[in-house]
Design a protein around this ligand. Structure first.
Ligand SMILES: *[C@@H]1O[C@H](CO)[C@@H](O)[C@H](O)[C@H]1NC(C)=O
Ligand SMILES: *[C@@H]1O[C@H](CO)[C@@H](O)[C@H](O)[C@H]1NC(C)=O
Ligand SMILES: *[C@@H]1O[C@H](CO)[C@@H](O)[C@H](O)[C@H]1NC(C)=O
Ligand SMILES: *[C@@H]1O[C@H](CO)[C@@H](O)[C@H](O)[C@H]1NC(C)=O
Length: 241
């Protein structure tokens, strides 16, 4: 029995592998913002914030509805981006402001890299009320380079972390600080947005754009999809006995 199981598993694994080579990777059914970011590897602070503000749950609910409306775009600041913040920045925020900060990193529409080229600024974020106007950010793109401007911070998209037909996740090199929270006078002086290293040392990642990034995404996606389907098949077999 065990041998049979192992054989069946191997069989399906290789069959799956072969299929995956001829057919495009099947659509990934389980979209989970936390696991997408965990696979990315360098988003521990952002994940914590997503969980603490319960935006992770909200996003996962949105992603699990069978009929997603416009999809979601997430600008995920790396841990590096968070360590570039003036110390105490996060702690100085109220819970409401933390929620707005997180929602400010999320667009209620799915945007591919090419759609950034034609984005009409300003873009509404989830932090803004539905009527628009508040908490907007601007995206400018030229070739493979995509910049995001909040009025307080200019950030660059470093990497495309994940994308499917419902959600696109991009890594940004700065925490996107909304003007509505960090731009007003009586606040503690907004962090002067000078690159801490004087702009001399640019991340090697910055060079990995465009084709490379796209390749990395499809590779990751592929591996993920294969993992899921093998796993599903394995359990289906187990369940059958
Ligand atoms: C998302 O994935 C994490 C682990 O990566 C898991 O703890 C969590 O339960 C998942 N959430 C949903 C809604 O699937
Ligand atoms: C993005 O910002 C960099 C500086 O950070 C600038 O050199 C580049 O021209 C900008 N690109 C676009 C498309 O705005
Ligand atoms: C965003 O773009 C709009 C339209 O081009 C412009 O009016 C606004 O000043 C821009 N805001 C920032 C922060 O760049
Ligand atoms: C962001 O970029 C704009 C235009 O490139 C520039 O005028 C502005 O000073 C920059 N803001 C910061 C905070 O670096």
């Amino acid at each position: 029995m065990r041998k049979l199981l192992a054989f069946a598993f191997l069989f399906f694994f290789f069959w799956d592998k072969t299929l995956a080579q001829i057919a495009p990777a099947p659509p990934l059914k389980v979209d989970n913002i936390t696991s997408i970011l965990e696979k990315g590897g360098q988003f521990t602070t952002f994940i914590k914030l997503l969980k603490a503000t319960q935006v992770a749950d909200q996003l996962n609910n949105q992603l699990s509805t069978p009929d997603p409306n416009d999809g979601i775009t997430v600008f995920a600041p790396s841990d590096n981006a968070f360590s570039g913040l003036k110390s105490g920045t996060l702690n100085s925020l109220s819970d409401q402001e933390k929620l707005q900060l997180v929602q400010f990193h999320i667009l209620p529409t799915l945007m591919s890299t090419s759609q950034f080229q034609t984005a009409s600024n300003p873009l509404r974020t989830q932090a803004g009320d539905v009527k628009g106007g508040k908490f907007p950010l601007n995206v400018t793109a030229e070739g493979n380079q995509v910049n995001v401007t909040t009025g307080v911070v200019n950030a660059t998209v470093e990497n495309s972390v994940f994308s499917d037909r419902r959600i696109a996740v991009y890594q940004v090199d700065k925490v996107l600080l909304p003007l509505e929270i960090f731009g007003t006078a009586p606040e503690p002086a907004p962090a002067p947005v000078v690159p801490e290293n004087g702009g001399l040392v640019s991340s090697p990642k910055t060079a990995v754009k465009g084709a490379d990034a796209a390749g990395a995404v499809s590779l990751k996606f592929h591996a993920l999809a294969m993992g899921f389907s093998s796993f599903a098949v394995f359990w289906a077999i187990l369940g059958g006995f």
